[in-house]
Design a protein around this ligand. Structure first.
Ligand code: KG4
Ligand code: ZN
Length: 338
């Protein structure tokens, strides 16, 4: 069985094609992604209208490249991200998936973007045992409990305000580091002292939700710190601010991921999303997993960011678990829960 996955929930137009193997591991046949990230740079964040138009322009060429790379005329099934994501952006991918599935006469499967971030790890690291997944990107911050990729996934927690990557981008902008600022902030932090400034750890008090996150407090604390320095005419210690901010975010994310793994009694943690590229999130979760005797699985960077392969892989798992095809009348769901 060959499954095509279409992704358009944010600023990446992705078309991936995989072949399902009975071993429960997919073989990657094509991975085509067109990104509109450069078009958003001058606005300092993803502009939904710009993203929708870029998807519209990129969808058919990306699809053609994927079919050519996989050397097939059509897949046996089409899976698409139905949500969560930007409403207009999702519509482009879902309309394309429906149209192609109908034209080819193959079944159409509407799948959840977040599950895709977890499923994609099986390509490299094999079948997925019960696990806790931590997804961190510019659009989402989620802690999930996955028992089986063919079954519904449980959301343990999410951010109550900014996504982790978004917080990185906003703090980077405040420090004049450009957009998307996550990688630049990561670089700047290398020269800084992570303990120089005691920035707050959001939602870690005894009365706070066990698995939810909040990053607006630390972002505001950085803004206040910078403002106070400016008013006093003092130099802004960019490297120390970056390192201390990064330390706060990495500490909360990894602490809650390990807490969830312990509570759920699983011995595997999976990372996903573009912000997993962050060097401190990686080093901290690696050492905390080692201490706890937990196996850490991280897909390679290209598959951590949004792509069509993750949707194809999740689709293949659902189909092999016996999921019924979706109705072509199914609507996009920008706020889709897990
Ligand atoms: O998954 P992704 O490519 O796109 C979506 O958000 O959908 O993630 C991009 C996000 C941006 O917010 C970017 O600043 C952040 O991931 N990011 C990083 C790093 N690399 C990417 N954040 C912190 N440190 C990094 N090294
Ligand atoms: Zn994503």
């Amino acid at each position: 069985m060959i499954v095509m996955g279409i992704e358009s929930s944010c600023d990446e137009t992705g078309v991936g094609i995989v072949r399902w193997r009975d071993s429960g591991v997919c073989e990657l046949l094509a991975d085509e992604v067109a990104s509109s990230v450069d078009e958003h740079a001058r606005y300092g964040g993803v502009v939904p209208e710009v993203a929708s138009r870029a998807h519209l322009e990129a969808m058919v060429p990306t699809m053609r490249r994927a079919l050519a790379a996989a050397d097939i005329d059509r897949p046996d099934a089409v899976a698409v991200t139905i949500g969560p994501g930007l409403a207009g952006a999702l519509l482009v991918g879902v309309a394309a998936a429906k149209a192609y599935a109908a034209a080819w006469g193959v079944p159409f499967y509407a799948v959840n973007h977040l599950g895709g971030h977890v499923a994609v790890d099986t390509l490299e690291h094999g079948p997925m045992p019960p696990c806790v997944a931590l997804l961190v990107s510019g659009g989402h911050t989620h802690l999930l409990h996955v028992d089986d990729l063919g079954a519904p996934i449980v959301e343990l927690g999410t951010t109550v305000d900014d996504a982790a990557g978004e917080a990185f981008d906003k703090v980077a902008r405040l420090l004049g580091l450009g957009y998307p600022g996550g990688p630049a902030l990561d670089d700047a932090a290398r020269e800084g002292d992570p303990n120089a400034i005691a920035f707050p750890r959001g939602m870690t008090g005894p009365r706070d939700a066990r698995y939810d996150f909040s990053f607006s407090g630390v972002k505001t604390a950085v803004a206040r710190f910078v403002e106070a320095r400016r008013r006093a005419g003092d130099a802004i210690p960019i490297a120390d601010i970056a390192a201390s901010f990064q330390e706060s975010v990495a500490d909360v994310l990894t602490m809650k991921a390990l807490r969830a793994a312990e509570d759920m009694q699983v011995d595997t943690v999976v990372l996903g999303g573009g912000a997993t590229a962050n060097s401190r999130i990686r080093s901290m979760i690696e050492s905390r997993c080692t201490t706890a005797g937990v196996t850490l699985r991280i897909p390679k960077p290209r598959l951590c960011t949004d792509n069509g392969v993750m949707i194809a892989t999740l689709g293949a798992h659902l189909i092999s678990a016996g999921a019924s095809a979706s109705d072509l009348r199914v609507a996009t769901d920008p706020g889709l829960p897990v």
